[in-house]
Design a protein around this ligand. Structure first.
Ligand SMILES: Cc1cc2nc3c(=O)[nH]c(=O)nc-3n(C[C@H](O)[C@H](O)[C@H](O)COP(=O)(O)O)c2cc1C
Length: 351
């Protein structure tokens, strides 16, 4: 009943009222979900409808099902307890940066309805790592694995990126089940250069050392560090990146972030397609799958992969898992089609 109300009444109403402003829809959805997170009977009812048990053990963690919420949807961890109730088997909050920042000027989020796609140039609008830590301390962790995505503050020079990531790692170390090191957003100038061999080697060495020290202080094993990559790397650049990741003991890869390519956009969406930013959704499906397959083969299947990019149905998710991913994530599919999609994918995979 609650689920039907949410899917058939609340979501369509949000779109009717704010449909021409996807960021407003996003903001209002987060507000509703954040409130919902405090109402236990509603969470139980949603979970009864959307929840799927299909456990996966990877990264030293147990995931109740393999379908996670991708980074960017809940940057500041506002709706932590609603996501598992909507069927997600894990949640990645962030990307947060050491310093709070407003992101790029609006409008910065565009729906390409005929293409099942989104373009965004949000630019890591977030309340900062400390604020996320406070929110996690106050709300408590969700009862599914929690990933925390960290990136570089815009005002921090690229040469000082390591310290910026370290600050976020330290603040959030007590809360994360894994960290996603985001070096692949196209919307922070220069960020993708951190995917280059020597810059990445330095970043991973320093973050690895910081993580080891924090874990030793807490008397436990280090939290897994994963690297999130762009879909726009050449095979050669990806090979170099993978070699650096393997050499530095990275626990896994998240493939992929949004693309700068504009292939696969329907002609009716062409004007919106000209907006600057990262493209996600259906136009990304094939490329993200190729990257996952390449990573799996190149690492002999030894590096756990979270597959993300253009997953809009159970068949897409199945192909991602068959290509070598252990887990998958959604952003655009969820934003455009709601939690019913999470349920359909999970039920399809469980079959
Ligand atoms: C509006 C928006 C904001 C995003 N913000 C982030 C972010 O902060 N950090 C990140 O790693 N990825 C971010 N992403 C990328 C998604 O996590 C995901 O990698 C990408 O959209 C591909 O998946 P999809 O096709 O299911 O959306 C964002 C995507 C969108 C659409």
């Amino acid at each position: 009943m609650v689920a039907v109300f949410f899917d058939k009444i609340v979501r369509p109403a949000l779109y009717r009222v704010n449909g021409n402003d996807p960021e407003l829809v996003h903001e209002r959805t987060l507000r509703i979900l954040s409130r919902l997170g405090t109402v236990s009977p509603a969470l139980r009812a949603l979970r009864a409808h959307y929840g799927t048990a299909n456990p996966v053990d990877v990264l030293g963690l147990r995931f109740p099902n393999p379908v996670g919420l991708a980074a960017g949807m809940d940057k500041n961890g506002r709706a932590l307890h609603a996501w598992p109730a909507l069927g997600f088997g894990f949640v990645e909050v962030g990307t947060v940066t050491a310093l709070a920042q407003p992101g790029n000027p609006k409008p910065r989020l565009f729906t390409l309805a005929s293409s099942d796609a989104v373009i965004n140039r949000m630019g890591f609008n977030n309340a900062g790592a400390e604020a996320l830590a406070a929110s996690l301390a106050a709300r408590g962790k969700p009862d599914v694995p929690l990933g925390v995505s960290i990136g570089k503050s815009k005002v921090t020079a690229l040469e000082d990126a390591v310290a910026d990531y370290q600050t976020s790692l330290r603040s959030l170390y007590p809360y994360a089940d894994y960290f996603a090191i985001n070096v692949s957003s196209p919307n922070t100038p220069g960020l993708r250069e951190l995917q280059d061999k020597s810059a990445l080697a330095e970043l991973l060495a320093e973050l690895g050392a910081t993580s080891a020290a924090l874990a030793a202080e807490a008397g436990r094993t280090p939290t897994p560090l994963l690297v999130k990559v762009a879909p726009d790397l050449s095979d050669e650049a990806l090979t170099e990146l993978l070699d650096v990741c393997t050499a530095h003991g990275v626990a896994g890869l998240i493939a992929t972030n949004t693309t700068l390519s504009r292939d696969g956009i329907a002609s009716t969406d062409a004007p919106v397609g000209a907006q600057a930013g990262g493209l996600s959704g259906r136009p990304l499906t094939a490329r993200a799958l190729d990257v996952v397959r390449y990573v799996h083969r190149h690492t002999d299947g030894k590096l756990p992969i979270i597959g993300v990019g253009g997953l809009l149905g159970a068949d897409d998710a199945r192909r991602m898992l068959d290509a070598g991913a252990s887990l998958v994530q959604l952003y655009t599919g969820f934003a455009l089609h709601g939690p019913g999609l999470v349920r359909r994918i999970n039920r399809g995979l469980a079959r």
